[in-house]
Design a protein around this ligand. Structure first.
Ligand code: BGC
Length: 499
């Protein structure tokens, strides 16, 4: 009841249009129509390991994140893990109540591979895991909320890791087998699929920097293999769906990439282009560019550095012939996770260790000191970067459909989270400006619906529109001020002023 009052007061305050309480730099000037198109989809996002808990229940197998948090608790700021998290496995109804209150049109969540195949392999199929996601999907649809399902959000079955995980090309077939299981069980109702969430963000920390599981330190080699195998697994899944499922199921399949946009203090277009090629372009170029294949700057630099290192071939795997064709065009939409941007210039000294992505990149990416910063050291509010990246996709990638699959702000958990509201408003303005300028962007998704396990930050950084009482047995969810604002956006399809 109080919740209703909370929203009602907020909406009233917005209509009165109280003058903005304070000046803030996290904003963006509006260009064009103030209204999102009728068909635009508004959502929120979560991921299995970050919210579900129930890490060893109902037959679920161990994932690399279970193993990592249990064996190396010192790697998390608060020594925490996802054993219980927000307990969404038992409390999806509480999440659903929040989704209904927000009036979102889609919900992006991920399926835990080791819940479906506890050992990663089809022989271990676990019906209870399938039942759980059937329940989630059915309840969403019964409430008019479209599921956008991510197949993989970092929680690889440990048994696959024992074979080398993403460094072993076996992962391609194993992933396709798992994806087929998902299509067969859920594809009659799920029409929006994400294969992988942000390959760069599990490949680099997991296989180069060794601060994420599987803690492999083989920079410039294993991270590139991981990227290559993720890309091929994605494309093989896409082709399988089109050949075997599309006719009946009529769904769309996308890959979610994360990227920053780049600016240059000296207006150096080459520096900016290099930044884009080494980030969004790494997996974006092979799928969406005219020519296909890895981006030129990466191919040339990594080949040349590899030869200098005394190797006989490039550390960047080959993407030519049959695979190049399979990959090119293998997506119905680009899922974009956008959080922040940087200025860029060519490095004046060797970057990182040799070899590594940093050494190959040979660029210095740095924030502008005037940008407003969030709690994480990397997160600055740069909405013009989102507008820029959407236009880059329009111009360089042939204007494919884009769904913003994540965008969000983290803080200490204040219920009066004005900073998050400014961040969301400014970034949605960027999306609207881009849409008004011909970009084919059809959806926006806030990270996150609820507070959750923020990987190495544990529970110390809060991204939720809803707070979760992590110490209470019932894990109550309660809306922050931003939840009210976002609902107001969804209801009006505009960006009301902030009060
Ligand atoms: C990831 C999320 C993460 C968020 C905030 C994204 O890159 O997909 O899992 O919680 O960033 O760090």
């Amino acid at each position: 009841m109080w919740l209703f009052a909370f929203f009602a007061i907020g909406i009233l305050a917005n209509t009165i249009n109280v003058t903005q309480a304070f000046d803030y730099k996290c904003n963006l000037t509006a260009k064009g129509s103030p209204k999102f198109p009728e068909s635009f989809s508004f959502g929120v996002s979560t991921a299995a390991y970050q919210i579900e808990g129930a890490w060893n229940e109902d037959g679920k197998g161990e994932s690399i994140w279970d193993h990592f948090t249990h064996n190396f608790p010192e790697m998390m700021d608060d020594r925490s893990n996802g054993d219980v998290a927000a307990d969404s496995y038992h409390r999806f109804d509480q999440d659903l109540a929040a989704l209904k209150e927000l009036k979102v049109t889609h919900y992006r969540f991920s399926i835990s591979w080791p819940r479906i195949y506890p050992t990663g392999d089809i022989s271990s199929k676990n019906q209870k895991g399938i039942d759980y996601y059937n329940g989630v999907i059915d309840k969403l649809l019964a409430n008019g909320i479209q599921p956008l399902v991510t197949m993989f959000h970092y929680d690889l079955p440990i048994e696959i890791q024992k074979l080398g995980g993403f460094a072993n090309p076996l992962i391609i077939n194993m992933f396709v087998t798992y994806a087929i299981e998902l299509f067969e069980n859920f594809g009659d109702r799920v029409k929006l699929w994400n294969t992988f969430n942000e390959p760069f963000d599990y490949c680099k920390p997991g296989y180069a920097d060794a601060n994420y599981p599987p803690q492999v330190h083989a920079p410039g080699v294993a991270d590139y293999l991981c990227m290559d195998h993720s890309l091929k697994a994605h494309a093989a899944t896409y082709r399988t769906y089109r050949a075997k499922f599309y006719e009946k199921q009529r769904g769309k399949i996308g890959l979610t990439l994360s990227s920053r946009f780049f600016f240059s203090h000296t207006n150096n277009a080459e520096d900016i282009s290099r930044g884009m090629q080494f980030n969004l372009g790494f997996l974006g170029h092979p799928i969406w560019s005219n020519t296909g294949g890895y981006p030129k700057a990466m191919v040339e630099t990594i080949q040349s550095n590899s030869l200098k290192e005394g190797r006989i071939s490039s550390r960047l795997p080959r993407l030519d012939g049959k695979w190049k064709e399979i990959v090119k065009g293998a997506a119905d939409f680009l899922g974009l996770n956008y959080y922040t941007s940087r200025y860029i210039r060519r490095a004046s000294k060797p970057m990182g260790e040799s070899p590594s992505w940093e050494r190959d990149y040979d660029s210095d990416a740095y924030p502008d000191e005037t940008w407003v910063r969030g709690k994480p050291e990397w997160l600055y509010c740069v909405p013009e970067g989102l507008e820029g990246i959407l236009k880059y996709i329009r111009d360089e990638f042939g204007n494919p459909e884009v769904i913003i699959t994540e965008n969000g702000w983290s803080d200490d958990g204040d219920p009066e989270d004005d900073d998050r509201i400014y961040f969301i408003k400014a970034h949605m303005q960027a999306v609207l400006n881009a849409a008004n300028d011909g970009c084919n962007v059809t959806g926006y998704t806030v990270w996150s619906l609820i507070d959750n396990f923020e990987w190495q930050k544990g529970y110390t950084h809060k991204f939720g529109l809803y707070a979760v009482n992590m110490t209470s047995p019932n894990k109550e969810r309660s809306p922050r001020k931003s939840a009210k604002y976002y609902r107001n956006v969804i209801e009006t399809k505009t960006l009301p002023s902030i009060v």
